[in-house]
Design a protein around this ligand. Structure first.
Ligand code: BGC
Length: 266
């Protein structure tokens, strides 16, 4: 049994749990700590370390996988929308590996969720192009073709009608503007997902994030050609995907994200 710690850094909380990679289940109860209000890399790293220390007995000297709400290009963060601006330009993989004193893999939060949904969740065994979006503070995206992830798509930042898409269609905006599910779906999501459909012709949309549990209230309101289903792993997906990615990197230290749905090299 391979147990690896996955940690999901979000705008409001940092969540971590050791993951049994064969089953995709948590081996221990998840620990959540508030994201520091001044969310610099140093402040967030201290919280991450608290989580690592908490599970030290269970994870031994195994690597750690961490998600961030930003693209991660060869270990580096080119820009960040929803955490402190000091993350921009950070060599995140090097920084966390040194700070934690153990091999650390950093992965975009939506990519991690996409990998987890392909390996253990809603997109398992789905052929063709799966487009997963995560709805939260921002909109994250993962493109998975025949089980292979194409990393770092930033489809929450598509410019639509002169706006950054997530500034209109993210679920945080629904809350901020007090929109009903109907208003949000018909005015904001319809435009966003039909544009994604036009650009990518996916075979399946999977939508994750807190609002996916209320999918019955808004998904049926969308008029799309592409089937859309809620993510299955809910808020566990980022943690599971991060752990899987760290395990993959342990086995293939020179290769960046190239796995299929069985976590095999492709
Ligand atoms: C970021 C993405 C991230 C998404 C969800 C966006 O603002 O640019 O990298 O996946 O938010 O957290």
């Amino acid at each position: 049994m391979s147990i690896v710690l996955g940690i999901d850094i979000g705008g409001s909380g940092v969540k971590g749990a050791p993951v049994d990679l064969e089953t995709g289940e948590f081996a221990e109860k998840r620990l959540r700590i508030e994201t520091p209000s001044k969310s610099t890399p140093e402040n967030v790293a201290k919280v991450v370390k608290e989580i690592v220390d908490n599970f030290a007995d269970v994870i031994g000297d195994s690597p750690v996988g961490i998600t961030v709400p930003a693209p991660v290009v060869h270990g580096k963060i080119p820009f960040i929308a929803n955490l402190h601006k000091d993350w921009t330009g950070l060599e995140a993989e090097k920084f966390f590996t040194e700070f934690l004193g153990r091999p650390t893999t950093i992965v975009n939060d939506a990519d991690a969720a996409g990998l987890a949904e392909v390996q253990h969740g809603a997109a398992k065994g789905v052929p063709g192009l799966v487009l997963l979006t995560t709805q939260g503070t921002g909109i994250g995206s993962a493109l998975i073709y025949d089980g292979v992830l194409i990393p770092n798509t930033e489809l929450g930042h598509l410019e639509i009608d002169g706006h950054d898409a997530e500034s209109r269609a993210a679920s945080s905006i629904k809350d901020k503007e007090n929109l009903s599910y109907k208003e949000w779906a018909e005015e904001r999501l319809q435009r966003y997902y039909s544009f994604l459909e036009f650009l990518f012709s996916p075979d399946l949309f999977v939508v994750g994030g807190g609002v996916s549990k209320d999918h019955a209230e808004w998904m049926p309101l969308l008029k799309l050609k592409t089937p859309m289903i809620p993510a299955a792993l809910r808020n566990k997906a980022g943690i599971i995907g991060a752990a899987a990615q760290a395990d993959y990197r342990r086995a293939h230290p020179d290769i960046v994200v190239r796995v299929d749905s069985d976590n095999e090299v492709v």
